[in-house]
Write a protein that binds this ligand. Structure first.
Ligand code: ZN
Length: 202
């Protein structure tokens, strides 16, 4: 499956001049919500992700996603794995489990995101699940921004990656982009104006 082409066709993989949520500039941007706009594509991607997880022999009781970005990916992954899906959400700056969702002691979870950058939100979700007695056995994302090590590849994680080294990250593709600091950006030097494509931060 050509994951990159699916992202391009859905206009989820953008080329231009962008301001990332880190404040840095890049000629590429991944607008993950766009690839999930068509439920058929979401289902296709999640089915492929579930296949990799099953083939690795990882069994989970439930999926947990950090809101908002991870909800659709997590829900579709849960469907493909044949398990239930819950999500944690940020309230007053802190990630919490709300809406009557519960975690049973010893229940095995996979934390699912649409995209893993450094894995910060995924780790916050994992902490909540483990504090409530659940066991996080793996992480999953449709796309990996290349900071963390994707299962099945031998690339070492970068120091920015917050995910634990002893748990696999299942993802469909690595999307590693050129990143420039705003005052040393060749695109800015060429006179182009960086735009903020819009994400959870804007
Ligand atoms: Zn720039």
């Amino acid at each position: 499956m050509d994951i990159r082409k699916i992202y391009e066709d859905a206009k989820a993989l953008l080329n231009g001049h962008f301001i990332l949520s880190s404040g840095n500039h890049s000629p590429n941007y991944l607008q993950s919500a766009k690839v999930l706009e068509d439920p058929k594509t979401a289902e296709l991607l999640a089915t492929e992700l579930a296949k990799i997880i099953k083939e690795a022999g990882v069994e989970v009781d439930r999926v947990c996603a950090p809101a908002l970005g991870g909800i659709i990916a997590g829900y579709e992954l849960a469907r493909a794995l044949g398990v239930n899906s819950i999500f944690v959400e940020r309230k007053e700056g802190r990630m919490q489990l709300r809406r009557g969702f519960e975690v049973k002691r010893g229940e095995k979870f996979i934390i699912c995101e649409d995209i893993i950058t450094t894995g910060g939100s995924a780790m916050e979700a994992a902490e909540i699940i483990e504090n409530l007695g659940g066991e996080v056995v793996a992480f999953a994302a449709l796309a990996n921004r290349g900071f963390c090590k994707r299962y099945g590849t031998d690339k070492e994680p970068k120091r920015e990656c917050k995910l634990p080294k002893d748990k696999p990250l299942f993802a469909l593709e690595d999307f590693e982009f050129e990143i420039y600091s705003p005052n040393n950006c060749p695109l800015c030097k060429d006179g182009s104006i960086a735009i903020k494509p819009g994400s959870r931060d804007s």
